[in-house]
Design a protein around this ligand. Structure first.
Ligand code: AMP
Ligand code: MG
Length: 467
């Protein structure tokens, strides 16, 4: 069995990881296999037994399984020792696009970093991550991807026994802000330098110094978070160990898309103080990047000068983010040639949406077909906003097309994900297949039923971590 692995992380020093194999499972069965992604990665699925490889039961030739070490701030509190507690990197492949990517199993058994965890995952979070990460990709948002979901035939004990599963995750790398923090906290400057060189080689080849790297990481995060905001996405657990240095969305735990718009919306059951609420995401990203800057400091010979430059770089996050945010939200209302009052028009619309609990996705999508007023209880108030807007976009020749391309019709709504998981647990794969089919083409409403917000009985109040 073979996958064309070309491993670079495994060449880094021993203290970057623990080498170990996945723990075999009883009766692996493929639930979902992403054939088009496999092709993009030059993985020949006929050359392997997917159920075995993507459960960890069979190791392909040239895989060098390892669990990565990292640290991180969780909800602002420092944890010096995290690491892949239930994930194992099998190896790296170079895709058709020339980009190197990790192939990682998640839920593949305990590792030296498992602490009190069992190293496993149950089918629910595995399918949630599969569906949401692929939906993000289809919307053009940088993200890790899902190559396979395999059930293990073994129960996982949570509040009750649940069917176990393994997700195969694909990422440009699994290097996090927390990976840098791990070595900075140990004052292991050699390791920090090797990690920095590795990240520059792999993700930021034009960067020549740690400061260049910092600037470029900041730029990618600013664009990423603006894109999340533009589709109503709430990550839910933006700890520094879930902030990937290459700039992809990673770790879909208690994430959610908003139905009714509110800037302070929170879904995660463990986010008691709303640290990771929708509208706080840019500030939290900047906070995480300040931790990244701090972790790079030991590399700098002149610490005081570096603190000044790094602070300035981190302060640059807000204006870069604002630029992306404005451009994306203007496009959502059909505007590409911004004029002075346009951004205020976006803020006014969002305020109105908040006051009247309008559905985020359907309001923006409805602008294109002039049906957005249906989302407001007081349609007259919406009309007051809409009249000058209609006038304004008369001078935007491609307004309709711009709105179509920036306002998804189909998002993975929380109630649909819950229903899909329930069905899957009961052996019915149809809702998963239906969601995946519609989400592959999110800017067309091919499945109008899936565009509907939840009924009052269907509303999901809380989402839970992927454990
Ligand atoms: P997450 O909330 O998924 O980002 O995980 C935070 C940390 O907890 C990471 O170090 C994970 O590897 C670890 N972890 C989460 N769930 C488990 C589990 N079931 N077994 C072992 N470690 C886990
Ligand atoms: Mg994590």
């Amino acid at each position: 069995m073979s996958i064309p692995f070309d491993n670079s992380y495994a060449r880094l020093p021993d203290r970057f990881y623990s080498k170990l194999n996945p723990t075999p499972v009883q009766a692996p069965q493929v639930f979902a296999l992403n054939e088009s992604l496999a092709a993009e990665l030059s993985i020949d699925l006929s050359a392997i037994r997917p159920a075995d490889v993507f459960s960890g039961n069979g190791l392909p030739a040239n895989s060098e399984p390892l669990a990565q070490a990292y640290a991180g701030h969780q909800f602002g509190g420092w944890n010096p020792q995290l690491g892949d507690g239930r994930a194992i990197l099998l190896g790296e492949v170079i895709g058709q696009d020339g980009i190197r990517r990790d192939i990682q199993l998640k839920g593949s058994g305990p590792t030296p970093y498992s602490r009190n965890g069992d190293g496993r995952a149950w089918l629910g979070p595995v399918l949630r991550e599969y569906v949401v990460s692929e939906a993000m990709h289809a919307m053009g948002i940088p993200t890790t991807r899902a190559l396979a979901a395999v059930t293990t035939g073994q129960p996982v004990i949570r509040e009750r026994p649940l069917p176990g599963a393994v997700l195969t995750r694909v990422a440009q790398s699994h290097i996090r802000v927390g990976t840098f923090q791990f070595f900075a906290a140990r004052q292991d400057v050699d390791a920090l330098r090797q990690l920095t060189d590795h990240v520059i080689d792999r993700h930021y080849p034009t960067a020549e110094t740690p400061l260049d790297l910092l600037h470029q990481v900041i730029a990618r995060q600013a664009e990423l978070i603006a894109k999340w905001m533009s589709v109503g996405f709430i990550h839910g657990v933006m700890n520094t160990d879930n902030c990937q240095v290459a700039g992809e969305t990673i770790d879909y735990g208690p994430c959610a898309f908003m139905d009714e718009y509110h800037p302070m919306r929170v879904f995660s059951s463990i986010d008691h103080y709303g640290r990771y609420a929708y509208a706080k995401q840019p500030d939290i990203a900047a906070w995480n990047l300040a931790q990244f800057a701090t972790a790079l400091l030991p590399l700098m010979p002149d610490r005081d000068a570096a603190i000044e430059e790094f602070t300035e770089a981190v302060n640059g996050f807000a204006p870069i983010f604002a630029g992306h945010w404005q451009s994306l939200f203007l496009q959502k209302i059909g505007i590409t040639n911004a004029q002075d009052d346009d951004v205020q028009m976006v803020h006014d619309l969002l305020d109105l949406m908040m006051q009247q609990e309008a559905d985020f996705t359907n309001t923006f999508r409805g602008l294109m077909t002039d049906t957005a007023s249906h989302q407001f209880t007081d349609a007259a108030a919406f009309e007051t906003w809409a009249r000058p807007w209609r006038d304004r976009i008369k001078s935007e020749p491609d307004a309709e097309q711009v709105m179509r391309q920036n306002n998804p019709a189909i998002i993975p709504r929380n109630h649909r994900i819950e229903q899909m998981i329930q069905a899957a647990v009961n052996g019915d794969q149809e809702p998963f297949n239906r969601l995946m089919a519609a989400l592959a083409d999110p800017f067309n409403d091919n499945d109008t039923e899936l565009t509907k917000p939840p009924s009052s009985e269907e509303v999901v109040q809380q989402t839970f971590c992927g454990t």
